[in-house]
Design a protein around this ligand. Structure first.
Ligand code: ATP
Ligand code: MG
Length: 621
């Protein structure tokens, strides 16, 4: 996977190689190739446009000569009308051809841009949880949309501006060469020098500054998103000013880097103006020096000036366009990076779907560590969950309980060993089919900013309103939903912020009830509920767990008394295992200690029947 992350913000600013322009162009070409007819039409149109435009200076010069002859009575008025007609005709034809191919281009561009965002979105959605925890949502979203507009700008520059411009320059070099080899030679050389200088300045002088300025821009976006997402925390600590200062550092960096990029752009523009002046001066000089007759001089001068005027706008902009293309390439970089980043947790080729069975879960010698942690959290972890078993995980914060649950869902790939469910290795079946077989009520439920009904039905999109309400009733969510003005149609705010923690949890439980999956994972599913509601929901959860394999993580031990088996985790190791009754009797046991600290079972401890041989860990480590 890509090692690049958005955090810390400064890390990827300077030292990361931007994707080679070649790669970006190949990426864009891939999209054009997918619409061959429209793209071919575009090329044909631009070529025709160039051929027509090359005629304009010659016709302009002809017209001036005919008018001059008319003054001397050396030509008939009809000749002047005919030449003027040709000139106008060519202008008209250029206009028509451009109209046609630009309209065609709009179809092509909108189609490709839609495909581009869709592809970016499709990929990012499938990146692992690890990738997502390492990349700010705000910057990822910006990278995708900015990539889309960068494509637009790059494609326009290449196909509408640079392509025809280069075509015209070649066309004019040939046309001038045919008139006077010296003129053609000078034009060819001068234009080449101009192009080389423009492109070199663009790539070596302007672009590096642009890269830094773009990175600073991404950092500003990330900083904004981070603080705004955590606004609740900011408020609760009254730390708005601290955040302002933090943001000021990011925006200050952006200001300096952007200003430098813009100034360099101005410098490059100034050098180009001087070179253009030399081009025109040289052309006029050659024409005047190498022609004798007054008519030839007039004709030549008009021809050169008309050519210059046609070419000037293209040339003048070529440097800008090369820079624009370069900037667009830099901006597309992130999208190309996304496109070539392989999903970190991947389905094996032709992976079959997971076939839900009775729900046996087996961890065999599992080793797993988060990438940014110095050592693995699990080493040779062995856990076997029987079909239909209610397994509770307890232990201190950070002991690895949620990680265990995440591995069951294959949110991360393990480093060694094997995890299987109903005899099927989780790494060998499709992730989607595996995860639909597991209902999860996560530690911090996140809801979509969609209606409550949609949020609950997310587990089963085809669910009827009655089914949604039934699930909500079981989860004791119906009571509060019913009291809302818009009931099930209420929108819950970004990530569900408009609901209380307990309400959000009840919605998540309703969602899990509706999912009706054979395996259930409850990660602190009731931690935000008051005791009464928890008690009510406990019944619903007990019903829900019936006939299913369930992994229940809880700090409040009251919620796991009924578990068939309890595993006590400590720093990634299982240090105790047994039923509630067994474990509370174990003298000096961790579970007993945990229970003692929670007052509710004081009475259970009053008759300390101690089992002498405490049998510990199931770990083979
Ligand atoms: N995405 C992550 N990247 C790196 N380290 C992580 C990540 N998620 C968890 N950890 C680390 O792994 C360890 C186990 O975390 P885990 O979330 O499994 O703990 P937990 O037992 O569920 O704790 P809690 O009771 O607080 O929920 C912790 O040290 C934690 O800091
Ligand atoms: Mg946890």
């Amino acid at each position: 996977m890509s090692g690049a992350t958005d955090m810390p913000p400064a890390a990827n600013a300077a030292d990361e190689n931007p994707t080679a322009a070649r790669e970006v162009l190949a990426f864009v070409w891939g999209y054009w190739r997918a619409v061959p007819l429209r793209f071919a039409g575009m090329l044909l149109g631009t070529t025709l446009g160039v051929v027509l435009e090359v005629q304009i200076p010659r016709l302009s010069a002809d017209l001036v000569v005919v008018v001059e002859q008319l003054l001397r009575d050396a030509a008939a008025p009809a000749d002047a009308w005919r030449t003027a007609g040709w000139l106008l005709g060519v202008f008209g034809a250029v206009f028509l051809v451009k109209q046609l191919y630009l309209r065609n281009w709009m179809y092509l561009a909108s189609q490709v841009m839609q495909q581009l965002v869709a592809d970016g979105f499709r990929r990012v959605q499938r990146f692992s949880q690890e990738w997502h925890t390492n990349h700010f949502a705000g910057s990822t979203q910006r990278k995708i949309t900015r990539g889309m507009w960068a494509y637009d700008s790059l494609a326009d520059t290449l196909v509408i501006d640079l392509g025809p411009a280069l075509g015209l320059l070649v066309g004019f070099t040939i046309a001038m060469g045919l008139r006077d080899p010296a003129l053609g030679l000078y034009f060819g050389i001068a234009v080449s020098v101009f192009l080389a200088a423009s492109i070199a300045m663009s790539i070596h002088y302007v672009a590096p500054a642009n890269v830094l300025s773009n990175d600073a821009d991404t950092t500003v976006g990330g900083a904004l998103a981070d603080s705004i997402t955590c606004n609740t925390v900011v408020k609760s600590f009254g730390s708005e000013e601290r955040e302002d200062e933090r943001f000021h550092m990011a925006s200050q960096d952006w200001r300096l880097k952007s200003r430098r990029a813009w100034l360099r752009s101005m410098d490059a523009g100034a050098v180009q103006s001087v070179l253009l002046l030399c081009l025109l001066g040289g052309l006029l000089g050659i024409v005047l020096l190498r022609t004798e007759a007054a008519t030839d001089r007039v004709e030549g001068a008009v021809y050169v000036i008309a050519t210059y005027l046609v070419v000037h706008s293209y040339l003048r902009n070529i440097g800008w366009q090369v820079r624009n293309a370069q900037r667009a390439i830099n901006e597309l970089d992130d999208l190309v990076e996304i496109a070539r980043t392989e999903p970190q947790v991947e389905n094996v080729p032709a992976a079959p779907s997971f076939q839900p069975g009775p729900g046996a879960i087996d961890f065999d010698d599992v080793r797993f560590g988060y990438r940014n942690q110095p050592r693995p959290i699990f080493e040779k972890l062995c856990v076997h969950v029987r079909p239909g078993e209610k397994l509770a995980l307890v232990g201190e914060s950070g002991a690895g309980k949620s990680t265990f649950a995440k591995l069951v869902q294959r949110l991360y790939d393990i480093d060694a060993g094997r995890i299987s469910i109903d005899g099927q290795d989780v790494s060998q079946v499709t992730q989607e089919s595996l995860r639909t077989a597991i209902s999860v009520v996560p530690q911090e439920p996140i809801l979509f900013h969609r209606s409550l009904a949609e949020n609950i039905a997310y587990a089963r999109p085809g669910a009827s309103r009655d089914e949604v309400i039934r699930a909500a009733r079981q989860a004791h969510a119906h009571e509060f939903i019913d009291r809302l003005d818009h009931g099930y149609e209420t929108l819950v705010g970004e990530r569900g912020v408009k609901l209380s923690g307990g309400e959000r949890q009840r919605v998540a439980i309703a969602r899990a009830i509706l999912a009706d999956a054979p395996i259930l994972v409850l990660d602190e599913a009731t931690s935000s509920l008051d005791s009464l509601t928890e008690h009510l929901i406990q019944e619903a959860l007990t019903t829900l767990m019936r006939g299913r394999t369930a992994i229940v993580i809880a700090h409040r031990l009251s919620t796991i008394r009924q578990a068939d088996r309890i595993l006590v985790f400590d720093d990634g190791h299982i240090i105790e295992e047994g039923s509630h009754d067994e474990l509370v009797r174990r003298a000096g046991g961790r579970y007993r200690e945990l229970v003692q600290m929670q007052a509710f079972v004081v009475d259970a401890l009053e008759e300390p029947e101690v089992e002498p041989e405490a049998q510990d860990s199931r770990e083979s480590a």
